[in-house]
Design a protein around this ligand. Structure first.
Ligand code: NGS
Length: 344
């Protein structure tokens, strides 16, 4: 009897041990597959990262581009899923759209010019920026086709300055790099944003970013002010025929742009005054940028002039394109004011 009991107990123990072994095996298998899946996922992300450096929205690289160009974007962009990358393998996870508000923003920035800043330091602190000042988020699909490149448009020669015409040149030259750019931020070179929540992207309406500059006591100088930094989607820009080419010297061209926007049924949008803050790098008034005596008359006539004068009539001669590590420097000859204005 005792032997029988012992036998039954032993049999039960053996069964339990067997069951435990089986369970152990199943758990090991689950863990193994999980690690294997992660491994694949790592490689798919790695590949996706490299692919996106070429062009996150397209299936092919652009043989004509001299530098990598990035998935640009606009106010009415296709959603990242609108153009799926059909080359992705079955195991590859598609990149997720970038967050509406990027994580890691800090808000107010301390901007002061007492400590020295060098290009090398800017470069060191921005290792993800590639030749020509190009950037794209490595781990998500940009929601908009913002021209992810920094272009400095430099007027060649000693003739009268023409800000708006240079901005028109910037629009066309950036599109030569990547015809899919669909959002353009136009900034004066002397303005430094003081809050990183002032997102440089395009909006439903043309955007005026520089609402509070230090030189105006961080207030808007007047309701129709559109100077400093602005942003338009490609379609908004084309709707107003770009910017005027005929404002030589200081003043009025930004008011003309404001008029173009209103006359075309759009409304300027702005960030909160506490966010759209800028510090201006102090400098003497530039040479060859005297106040334009024609500006008051000209801004009265935007309705008549905007159709013939703008991106559709832009003429210039490209002098040099120089790709620097953090920006692309473009030098252009844009002509001079007509003789009547030159005398006036
Ligand atoms: C207005 C100019 C704008 C100029 C603004 C601020 O008077 O072009 O001042 O100028 N309009 C006219 O002259 C018609 S600022 O103080 O930034 O140099 O942007």
């Amino acid at each position: 009897m005792t032997r029988l009991l012992l036998g039954v107990t032993l049999e039960r123990i053996c069964k339990a041990v067997l069951l435990l072994c089986l369970l152990h095996f199943v758990i090991i298998m689950i863990l193994y597959f999980d690690v294997y899946a992660q491994h694949l996922d790592f490689f798919s992300r790695f590949n996706a990262r490299n692919t996106s450096r070429v062009h996150p929205f397209s299936n092919s690289s652009r043989p004509n581009s001299t530098a990598p160009s990035y998935g640009p974007a606009g106010a009415e962009p296709p959603s990242p899923s609108a153009k799926p990358n059909t080359n992705r393998s079955v195991t590859e996870k598609p990149l997720q759209p970038c967050q509406e508000m990027p994580s890691g923003l800090v808000g107010r920035l301390l901007i002061e010019f007492s400590s020295p800043m060098s290009m090398e330091r800017v470069q060191r602190e921005n290792p993800d920026v590639s030749l020509g000042g190009k950037y794209t988020p490595p781990d998500c699909l940009p929601r908009q086709k913002v021209a992810y490149g920094i272009y400095i448009i430099n007027q060649y020669g000693e003739d009268t300055f023409n800000r708006a015409k240079l901005l028109n040149v910037g629009f066309l030259e950036a599109l030569k790099d990547d015809e899919e750019y669909d959002c353009f931020i136009f900034s004066d070179v002397d303005l430094i944003p003081m809050d990183d929540r002032n997102l440089y992207r395009c909006y439903e309406q043309p955007r005026h970013f520089a609402v509070g500059m230090d030189k105006f006591g961080f207030r808007l100088p007047y309701a129709g002010y559109f100077g400093g930094v602005s942003g338009l989607s490609k379609s908004q820009f084309l709707k107003i025929n770009g910017f005027p080419n005929e404002y030589w010297g200081w003043g009025g061209e930004d008011d003309d742009i404001f008029n173009r926007i209103s006359l075309n049924g759009m409304k300027v949008s702005r960030p909160d005054i506490r966010i759209g803050r800028y510090r201006m790098i102090k400098h003497e008034r530039d040479k060859h940028n005297e106040p334009n005596p024609q500006r008051f008359t000209k801004i009265q006539n935007t309705k008549m002039t905007m159709k013939r004068d703008g991106i559709s009539s832009l003429q210039y001669r490209l002098v040099e394109v120089s790709r620097q590590p953090m920006y692309t420097n473009i030098t252009v000859e844009i002509g001079r004011p007509p003789p009547r204005l030159a005398r006036g």
